[in-house]
Design a binder for this molecule. Structure first.
Ligand SMILES: CC(C)(COP(=O)(O)OP(=O)(O)OC[C@H]1O[C@@H](n2cnc3c(N)ncnc32)[C@H](O)[C@@H]1OP(=O)(O)O)[C@@H](O)C(=O)NCCC(=O)NCCS
Length: 152
């Protein structure tokens, strides 16, 4: 048999500082209605990369960043242990429906499990009905409403 020339369709790896320019357009796609400030975003991105409790990673296809996900780990009285919480998940519009989102979510769950988390959760806005179908498809259960209040 010859050398294995098959490359995986999607590569998932931890994000680096220099990935921000590839990640930022995906964040714009995630919040198309928001007026997001690239400089503020970059600062927060860098802080997340440095935070011990945060895990930030991306999907690459043909060397291009095509997906982004981050989660954090916290102590949970409810879980009597560690709980992982996914903050952002987005796949480039041109790449949706090809397994990238599932690969990112699986990577998050696997990493969280390896870190000793007994559960992983996320919240998703009411209008993201496509994402809800995706989470259902991935075997995640709907279990709560999220309540929030603006403090500005
Ligand atoms: C939600 C999102 C991350 C999913 O990523 P994706 O790469 O398009 O999804 P995948 O191709 O990995 O889908 C995996 C499986 O879920 C299924 N699926 C995807 N969307 C679905 C839907 N709306 N309803 C039912 N099943 C769905 C796919 O058919 C696929 O099933 P299969 O494995 O049986 O073929 C992506 O569509 C996205 O970025 N959406 C915009 C941003 C967003 O809403 N993010 C979530 C914030 S909470």
């Amino acid at each position: 048999m010859g050398p294995d020339t098959e490359t995986p369709l999607v590569e998932i790896r931890e994000c680096r500082l220099e990935d921000f320019d590839g990640v930022f357009p995906l964040l714009r796609q995630l919040w198309p209605e928001s007026n997001i400030d690239p400089e503020k975003m970059r600062d927060i991105y860098l802080r997340l990369l440095e935070a011990a409790t945060s895990h930030v990673f991306c999907a690459l296809s043909g060397g291009r960043i095509t997906g982004f996900c981050d989660f954090y780990v916290r102590d949970s009285l409810w879980q009597q242990g560690k709980l992982a919480y996914v903050d952002e998940l987005v796949v480039d519009e041109s790449m949706r429906g090809r397994g990238t989102g599932a690969a990112l979510l699986e990577y998050a769950a696997g990493t969280a499990r390896d870190l000793g988390c007994s559960r992983i959760e996320l919240d998703s806005a009411f209008h993201r009905t496509d994402a809800h179908g995706f989470y259902d498809n991935q075997g995640w259960q709907r279990r709560a409403f999220l309540f929030g209040k603006d403090l500005t």
